[in-house]
Design a protein around this ligand. Structure first.
Ligand SMILES: Cc1cc2nc3c(=O)[nH]c(=O)nc-3n(C[C@H](O)[C@H](O)[C@H](O)COP(=O)(O)O)c2cc1C
Length: 207
């Protein structure tokens, strides 16, 4: 059985193109393997709290020394780590906001990046990701076109996500781009068509 974790992050609700293309990709993956289960984490609808003193204190205090507030704050992080660990495939629908990821997706990553839990430093100081053996499909949606120069220099979304995921051990990352949607209705329709085709071929390769 394959377990998919679907993380959607757009603040645009039902208008989200990244979520739409990601849903198509998941449908295709499920069609190839019908026993697949999907856990959805909709960060746009249900944002996570930001890092705060209780959560940070909880990260660094041994479990038996955590205060009740720290225990409460860390419970969400524990749930998110468990969701990630349980998944074979992670599908992230990422909307570009101001050249980067949504603050809700940043918060998800902030809850996940935990020393000794999702990454560690080896004796010589090299970081080592602890969440391995998973495939990530990153559906990134952008109003402009960032897959080529000159705008690629201002893409602080896909490279950052790849780096953070890799830092935690998630190095098998495939990117599907829904790009150019702000360049008029025709360009927007083409962006979705092209990305949907990409999603189909990605799913076909995975089958
Ligand atoms: C507040 C806001 C800021 C945005 N900033 C950018 C940006 O910096 N660069 C860009 O290419 N598109 C930008 N966009 C356009 C979105 O990236 C685009 O609409 C994309 O499709 C959003 O993903 P979604 O369709 O999954 O919601 C922005 C959109 C919003 C609402």
């Amino acid at each position: 059985m394959t377990d998919i974790l679907f993380v959607s992050t757009s603040p645009r609700g039902a208008d989200s193109l990244s979520s739409k293309v990601a849903a198509t990709l998941i449908d295709r993956l499920k069609a190839a393997k019908p026993a697949t289960t999907v856990v959805t984490r909709d960060l746009g609808a249900d944002p996570l709290p930001h890092l705060g003193p209780d959560l940070l204190g909880g990260f660094f205090a041994p479990e038996e020394h955590r205060t009740p507030e720290q225990k409460q704050a860390i419970a969400t992080s524990d749930t998110l780590v468990a969701e990630l660990k349980a998944a074979d495939i992670v599908v992230i629908a990422s909307a570009m906001i101001n050249f980067s990821i949504t603050s809700t997706l940043k918060s998800w990553l902030d809850h996940l990046a935990r020393a000794g839990v999702t990454f560690r430093y080896t004796e010589d100081g090299t970081p080592e990701g602890l969440i391995t053996g998973k495939t990530v499909y990153l559906v990134v949606s952008t109003g402009g076109v960032y897959s080529q120069a000159p705008a690629d220099a201002f893409d602080f979304q896909a490279p950052y996500l790849k780096h953070m995921l890799g830092f935690m051990g998630l190095t098998d990352v495939e990117i599907v781009r829904v790009e150019g949607s702000a360049m008029g209705p025709e360009a927007a329709a083409k962006a979705v068509t092209d990305a949907t085709e990409q999603a189909h071929s990605v799913a076909a390769r995975a089958a």
